[in-house]
Design a protein around this ligand. Structure first.
Ligand code: PEP
Ligand code: NA
Ligand code: MN
Length: 605
């Protein structure tokens, strides 16, 4: 399609204006068809950028520049009108200044390339909870990934009509080509210094420059569905969260829907696709990274997964840790920075089997596994990714794309906490749950030299890198959401910790499929079962309330996992009081201060 197929005058004018600034050779409007996807993929394969995988139908491997392998949080900006609106946890630049800098970078930046116009919907096309975005990009890799991760195409333009709302998202790899020049099969983003992932919350606009990597370039995901959407959600009274959504079915066939916020690399995708070890239970996937939740007329919160695919971390994914993910990536998958086998398959660390011979590593060099060498550089980048179609996941719930969303019964919060935080406890009220969300964090290991081992890096609601406004106001928004309904209708809130360690430094809890034991207890809590005791920190499992049949964990360790570490919690509160809450100044809701003080006095009683 061409620019003349755009019937929305404002969109058309914006596309023309950007084309004038970036000066691409052509402008092409994406229809989201398979033919289009195949043609762009073939273009990348023909150029040498993409490597088709003989072992996986319709799947292609890409290798990025070594400097363009992850989200760049220090180059990510919330350019609100005031610094205070961005808050203490975001990078801020004055929007006028940032636009000036970036306009300079964008000038002529698409020369020698095609500018693609990607009309996309976050959420089922036409759903009340869904939102439309339009991404302009000069990267075919971005178009194909957006095709998998979102709903792209003509039907989105139809819903948009002539005056519908949309979020403009501008992206460039930042590498114009001279006449006759080509990328020569190289990932174009080699400039480490000039990367900008910018958000203009008042204008609900995103400008990204200089990176081709997932979270920096697939602008529907973190930039729109979390940072910009969190701003919209605050204004409109709903929640845009960094959460998985799962469907939990009991042996009796009863269903609960659960969301969970965990910082990056805490296993959200694995939890969303978990295969229970306790008989009769079933977990199905609605989403693995983002949840948009709105109140229904019945006063309950309904969640949709605004995405249409999974952008998962590859290393560590195997038949044991996540069989459903392994099944999701057998075909139709984009792999990025994985290693390549001689027979045309991918490989990565902890894929579950040894490298089947010499490999080409993620940097494009020959790599031979040397198991005796513990310091060997990995063959796949630790943040290597797969981009997989949600519908290809065998665990996908039938209602995963229901425009009405699914009613949420429970919200989980968690992080990597080797000590203090028990395996599971339940908040006694919504505000208590918001308090727990606000103190989420992961413990710093001795490996991070610049930070003191044993200190907690707080990642409230797992939203630290993704909240598009002042985090203190975000806490207040959560408190306010609780006032829109009643405790019996609001989801119950739980704090879980799969990452406790024994004094010997081993994981105390096996995790993965055995987390179903905790989910089953949570299910029963939602059913109102008498399976909990009230402690200083909240509701915890009664003795024998957790199904431990067939579990290989000693009684002593189980006791540790399920008891209140009073001294540990006192230190926790002291850290929140001294180091965490002061960051938010007078934006910290008084309700959270009250929750903290209530907990403190219960611990001291
Ligand atoms: C990303 O980096 O694009 C991404 C999905 O991030 P994360 O895995 O940290 O959520
Ligand atoms: Na799609
Ligand atoms: Mn994430």
């Amino acid at each position: 399609m061409t620019i003349n197929d755009i019937k929305h005058p404002k969109v058309k004018a914006w596309v023309e204006e950007v084309a004038k600034m970036c000066q691409p050779d052509d402008v092409y409007v994406c229809d989201g068809s398979q033919t289009e996807y195949d043609r762009l993929m073939k273009k990348m394969v023909d150029s040498g950028l993409g490597i088709p995988l003989k072992k996986r139908p319709n799947s292609v491997l890409f290798r990025s520049q070594p400097s363009d392998v992850a989200r760049v949080e220090n180059r990510t900006y919330i350019a609100s009108k005031t610094k205070e609106a961005a808050g203490p946890t975001n990078n801020w630049i004055d929007p006028a200044e940032l636009k000036k800098t970036m306009t300079g970078l964008y000038a002529g930046c698409m020369k020698g390339r095609t500018m693609y116009v990607i009309p996309f919907s976050m959420g089922p096309v036409g759903s009340d909870i869904a939102k439309i975005g339009i991404e302009l990009t000069d990267s075919e890799y971005v178009v194909c990934n957006m095709d998998i991760m979102t709903r792209v195409g003509t039907k989105v333009l139809d819903v948009l009509g002539t005056n519908g709302e949309y979020v403009p998202c501008l992206h460039s790899v930042g590498k114009p080509l001279a006449k006759g020049e080509s990328d020569n099969g190289q990932w174009p983003c080699a400039d480490i210094d000039n990367k900008y992932i910018s958000h203009f919350p008042e204008e609900r606009t995103i400008w990204s420059y200089g990176s081709g990597y997932g979270g920096n370039a697939l602008l529907g995901k973190k930039c729109f569905a979390l940072r910009i959407a969190s701003v919209i959600a605050k204004e409109e009274g709903w929640l845009a969260e960094h959460m998985l959504i799962l469907k939990l079915t009991s042996p009796e066939g009863k269903v609960k829907y659960v969301t969970g916020a965990f910082p990056s690399a805490c296993g959200k995708t694995n939890l969303a696709m978990l295969i229970p070890t306790i008989p009769g239970w079933k977990v199905e996937t609605v989403g693995d990274d983002i949840a948009w939740m709105k109140f229904g007329k019945d006063g309950r919160l309904y969640a949709i997964n605004p995405e249409a695919g999974f952008f998962g971390v590859a290393p560590g994914t195997n038949e044991q840790s996540n069989k459903s993910a392994m099944d999701s990536i057998r075909k139709d998958t984009i792999f990025t920075n994985c290693a390549l086998t001689e027979d045309g398959d991918i490989w990565w660390e902890q894929i579950g089997y040894d490298a089947p011979g010499p490999l080409v590593d993620w940097k494009g060099n020959k790599w031979v596994q040397d198991k005796a060498n513990k310091a060997q550089e990995p063959a796949a980048h630790p943040n290597a990714r797969f981009t997989a179609i949600a519908k290809n996941c065998p665990a996908i719930a039938k209602e995963w794309d229901d425009p009405a969303g699914v009613p949420i019964d429970a919200i989980l919060f968690g992080g990597r906490r080797p000590s203090t935080i028990p395996l599971v406890h339940q908040a006694t009220s919504w505000n208590h749950g918001v308090f727990l969300g606000s103190i989420v964090g992961s413990e710093i290991t001795a490996a991070a030299l610049d930070l003191k081992a044993g200190t907690i890096r707080r990642d409230p609601f797992a939203m630290l890198p993704f909240c598009g406004y002042n985090m203190g106001e975000y806490f207040q928004h959560w408190i306010n959401v609780g006032k829109k309904s009643t405790e019996d209708k609001l989801p119950k809130i739980f704090f879980v910790n799969w990452f406790r360690k024994t004094p010997e430094g081993k994981f105390a809890w096996p995790g993965y499929g055995d987390n179903s034991r905790v989910l089953a207890w949570i299910f029963d809590r939602c059913e109102g079962k008498d399976n909990a005791v009230k402690t200083q920190i909240g509701w915890m499992p009664k003795a024998d309330a957790l199904n431990l049949t067939g579990l290989d964990v000693s009684a002593e360790i189980m006791k540790d996992l399920l008891s209140v570490d009073v001294e540990g919690w006192k230190k926790e509160i002291a850290d929140v009081r001294a180091n965490h809450y002061p960051k938010f100044g007078d934006k910290l809701p008084k309700e959270l201060m009250a929750e903290m003080e209530g907990l403190e006095s219960r611990l001291n009683a």
